[in-house]
Design a binder for this molecule. Structure first.
Ligand code: ZN
Length: 313
């Protein structure tokens, strides 16, 4: 039996009773806003003001973090192999350890970014849970997090941290903020604020609701709506030059960018397959045929758009 994985955590025991909340970052090893924000949370939160227990894990996937990559030494994606196994490869054992943390929580927040190759428009997401009470809690958590997009997607995807939470009936959300192998200070700020907003929403701290920053609430229950790697595949290998930006509204058929070869003689244009908001861009220019270059959130499924921005809980 290989050594078990010990995910490094900081546990804040509140001065009074309350729920147990888990916040994780670094499920993918190259996602930095999440790691930095969680460390700042652990430094700045005073347990005397906390009700319940907060478990903070800045870097779940140390194997991936140490090789400066999305995945660990075995190249398995931690967010596709949960709940893992106690006697598998390093990622399988990490997934198993993460599953134990999630199963012990009453609420769960998993912070991501676009990693090295992608940038993501700030969003808080959740799976459309079959249990209406859990779904309602997830909606409240995601709106409380207070990023521009609140995005509910198909709850049936397996292998994720959120599918572990679903299977243990733990209300859970994830968040995305930029990426591209940098660590944006305003992304870290937004993540710290978002986590504190959710902790207030679930009664673990006192904190006034900030003005809403939500621009869209979209719930799209089609299979794979939340699967970012398979949208708008590159028509050929080469250099990708996008002509849209994160948060931009596009119509079906609009150009999204072009892929060219080394001399620029061969150029293929990528066009939008649907009408909506650009939420993910491949920002690392060298791409391979089939790489997902752009994700568009389908505004046909919008519950609230910016014309009705007075979103409250
Ligand atoms: Zn991630």
């Amino acid at each position: 039996m290989p050594d078990p994985i010990n995910i490094q955590t900081r546990i804040l025991n509140g001065a009074s009773d309350g729920p147990r909340c888990l916040i994780t970052g670094g499920v993918h090893g190259d996602e930095f806003e999440s790691m930095h924000a969680i460390r700042r949370l652990s430094r700045s939160l005073d347990p005397a003001t906390l009700r319940g227990t907060l478990t903070l894990a800045p870097v779940v996937n140390e194997s991936a973090y140490n090789r400066r990559h999305r995945t660990g030494d075995d190249e398995l994606d931690l967010a596709r192999i949960c709940p893992g196994s106690p006697d598998g490869t390093v990622s399988m054992r990490t997934a198993h350890a993460l599953t134990q943390l999630i199963a012990a929580a009453d609420y769960y927040i998993d912070l991501h970014t676009g990693g090295t190759g992608l940038a993501v428009w700030p969003l808080a997401g959740y799976g459309l849970h079959h249990d209406p009470a859990i779904l309602d809690t997830q909606r409240r958590m995601a709106r409380a997090f207070n990023l521009p997009l609140v995005w509910g997607t198909c709850g049936k995807l397996d292998g994720r941290s959120l599918s572990v939470a679903r299977d243990h009936n733990v209300p859970a959300i994830y968040a995305e903020y930029h990426g591209s192998a940098v660590c944006l200070p305003h992304g870290v700020d937004a993540y710290v604020d978002g986590c504190l907003n959710v902790l207030a929403e679930i009664g673990m701290i006192d904190r006034p609701h900030p003005p809403s920053a939500i621009q869209w609430v979209i719930e799209d229950d089609r299979p794979n709506a939340g699967h970012m790697q398979i949208c708008h595949p590159a028509p050929m290998s080469g250099y990708f030059d996008p002509v849209v930006h994160l948060g931009q509204q596009v119509q079906k058929g609009d150009p999204l960018g072009a892929v060219c070869d080394i001399l620029g003689d061969t150029v293929q244009t990528l066009t939008a397959e649907l009408t909506g908001i650009v939420i993910t861009l491949h920002t690392y220019p060298k791409i391979d045929k089939g790489d997902g270059l752009v994700v568009i959130a389908d505004t046909d499924y919008a519950l609230i758009d910016r014309k009705a921005r007075n979103v409250t809980n």
